[in-house]
Design a protein around this ligand. Structure first.
Ligand SMILES: [Zn+2]
Length: 426
């Protein structure tokens, strides 16, 4: 196992979780050589796009002399889709390895093609833009809808700090925001554990120790393209991916803020409206969710009028009508299924709020381990040059506004968006 010397947390994570399927993680200037040595023997399919291929020159040099076949997508304007992943899986049927050289889109396609072919995948990350490099899911558009499909994780993930630092600033800012979303996501996970009895694994969060503080301190350097700070961010994102692998779900890194971003992506797919980088959307939504958490923690549970809250909830029939009107066929069927899994009738909400009232102090202590003041996270994202307001996103402001109230219907995961709605907090 190799990691850079700068972040022993990555080494500790790999050591303490020897059953994780990822065999190598390396962030260092010799990443290209390390990857070339790692993908030992047999034909290699190298996947990139015109932009990330340019950023991967040293990788192609390191692989020179090997039996490689390149598959290069256009510079941009393409999405990772299930169809593209299936096509990719037929490009080199005897491939011994697939190497994905790029960021989210290219690496998700490479991972999923490898999964379909049962061929190991090595990733050469070209931007510290999201936490999916080490995750066991691929975000692919299937029949127009963005899905997070389970897949075999990459066998190895490699990145060169100088390549990462040369990526566009907005990508690093998005990566920082995606990483900081754990502040609200982990709080959501603890609440789901306390109020809904969902499985929570403290050990999946062990990797995060000290990382959030450093990410916030480093934000201006990340925005300025400093290679050491950007390499640290990449390692933090990789640890975030490992926490999801360890938890066996995306809960440690995906709560209500991710639902808001997914809602925007789904609307974008349906209506051909623009969407922004995943992390950019997630960052703005994280600020919203942290503000909700601030209100929830600050409220006086003894003053809570549980009956009034339960009575004020929209009847489920109206919610289902709203879902149908929002999504239409066939998407609404899936959203209705997701919502049905977590919706509660009036008595169920009453009971949940009674439990909340009883457990408020415990919940406040638990989530205090994760939540930071929204203003602190906002300042960090801004210092890295990322958007902090919905108006600054390259996405429909109407979709963003609708997502605040309706994103909670699209997934069965209980998040702060549900709790706030039950408490009539906006
Ligand atoms: Zn994310």
């Amino acid at each position: 196992m190799t990691t850079s010397d700068k972040n022993n947390a990555l080494q500790r994570a790999m050591d303490s979780a020897s059953d994780l399927p990822i065999r190598a993680i390396h962030v260092g200037v010799d990443a290209a050589d390390q990857l070339a040595a790692f993908v030992d023997g047999g034909p290699v399919l190298v996947v990139s796009d015109e932009t990330t291929r340019g950023a991967s020159a040293s990788l192609l040099t390191a692989l020179a002399g090997r039996a490689i076949t390149e598959h290069v997508y256009p510079a941009d304007g393409f999405d990772a889709t299930g169809v593209l992943a299936e096509e990719l899986a037929t490009v080199l049927p005897d491939a011994a390895w697939i190497v994905g050289a790029g960021s989210g889109t290219v690496c998700d396609l490479a991972k999923y093609a490898g999964h379909l072919m049962s061929v190991p995948v090595a990733l050469y990350g070209t931007a510290a833009s999201m936490n999916g490099y080490t995750s066991g899911i691929a975000a692919l558009k299937v029949r127009g809808l963005k899905r997070t499909l389970p897949c075999t994780p990459a066998a190895g993930v490699f990145a060169d700090p100088n390549v990462l630092a040369a990526a566009p600033q907005r990508m690093a800012a998005a990566g920082l925001a995606d990483f900081l979303s754990k502040c609200s996501a982990c709080a959501d996970w603890r609440a789901a554990n306390l109020l809904r009895g969902e499985t929570f694994r403290e050990d999946a969060l062990q990797f995060y120790d000290g990382l959030v503080e450093r990410a916030i301190d480093d934000a201006p350097k990340i925005g300025a393209g400093d290679p050491i700070a950007t390499a640290f961010l990449m390692e933090a994102l990789m640890l975030s991916g490992l926490s999801m692998l360890m938890a066996g779900s995306s809960s440690p890194a995906s709560g209500g803020e991710h639902l808001i971003s997914h809602y925007i992506d789904m609307k974008s797919a349906l209506n051909s409206t623009p969407h922004d980088l995943h992390g950019a959307q997630v960052g703005v939504a994280t600020l919203h969710c942290l503000r909700l958490w601030e209100q929830i923690i600050a409220l006086d549970p003894s003053a809570l009028d549980i009956a009034a809250c339960a009575d004020a909830q929209l009847p489920d029939k109206r919610i289902c009508k709203r879902i149908e009107a929002t999504w239409g066929d066939p998407v609404s069927d899936e959203v209705l299924d997701q919502w049905a899994e977590k919706s509660r009738d009036r008595d169920g909400i009453y009971a949940e709020l009674e439990l909340f009232q009883e457990q408020h102090a415990t919940l406040a202590i638990a989530v205090a381990q994760d939540v930071l003041p929204a203003a602190t996270v906002e300042a960090a994202i801004a210092a890295a040059g990322g958007p902090t307001e919905p108006e600054a996103l390259n996405a429909s402001i109407d979709d963003y506004d609708d997502a605040l109230s309706s994103a909670r219907y699209i997934r069965s995961r209980f998040t702060v968006l549900d709790l706030a709605a039950e408490l009539l907090i906006e």
